[in-house]
Design a protein. Structure first.
Length: 158
C-alpha cells in the first residue's frame, strides 16, 4: 500500500510514509512495554494500584514513551487487553517485526515482498509462526540481530 502513497498523497507521500512507520515503531515499543508490565503484575500477587501505576510509569520512562507522550502511570487501565486478554498485547509487537521486514524488502524487491506476503496469508493454519517466517525468508523475531536490523531500518528512515 505504501508504494501507492504517491498516488494518494502526492507530495505529502513521504510524510504519510513516516506516519505509518512511526505508528509501526509505537506498536513495536508499546507492545513490548505492555507485555512487560502485565508480566510484572501477574507475577506479583497483591500489588497495589499505586505500585502498578509506579511500575507502569517506570517502564514508560525506560521505553522512552514518557518523554514523547507524557505518561503518568495510569494509562494501562485504558487498555482492555490487560483485563480481557492478558499477555496478548505482545502479539502486536511480534507481528510488527516481520511487517517491517516486508516493508524493507518491498523497497528493493516489491515482487519478492508481495510473494512473501501472499505466501504468509495462504499458509496452513497449523504452521508454527517461526516456520512461516523462515519459509518466507524472514528473520526470527526473537533474535537480537533481527531487532538490530529493524532499528537500522527505522534509523535510515528518520
Amino acid at each position: 500500500m505504501i508504494d501507492y502513497y504517491g498516488d494518494f498523497y502526492g507530495k505529502l507521500s513521504k510524510d504519510a510514509t513516516k506516519d505509518v512507520l512511526i505508528d509501526a515503531m509505537y506498536s513495536l515499543i508499546s507492545g513490548c512495554m505492555e507485555d512487560e508490565f502485565q508480566q510484572i503484575v501477574y507475577r506479583t500477587p497483591g500489588m497495589t494500584l499505586s505500585e502498578m501505576n509506579a511500575s507502569y510509569h517506570e517502564l514508560a520512562v525506560e521505553y522512552g514513551l514518557d518523554e514523547v507522550y507524557g505518561y503518568t502511570g495510569t494509562e494501562w487501565v485504558l487498555i482492555s487487553h490487560t483485563f480481557q486478554t492478558p499477555l496478548y498485547y505482545i502479539s502486536y509487537a511480534v507481528s510488527m517485526v516481520p511487517a517491517l521486514e516486508l516493508y524493507e524488502l518491498s523497497q528493493d524487491d516489491p515482487t519478492g515482498a508481495r510473494n512473501a506476503y501472499f505466501n504468509i496469508i495462504k499458509r496452513s493454519q497449523s504452521m508454527q509462526f517461526q516456520e512461516v517466517l523462515q519459509q518466507n525468508g524472514l528473520s526470527s523475531v526473537f533474535s537480537d540481530a533481527t531487532m538490530q536490523k529493524i532499528a537500522s531500518l527505522l534509523e535510515k528512515r528518520f
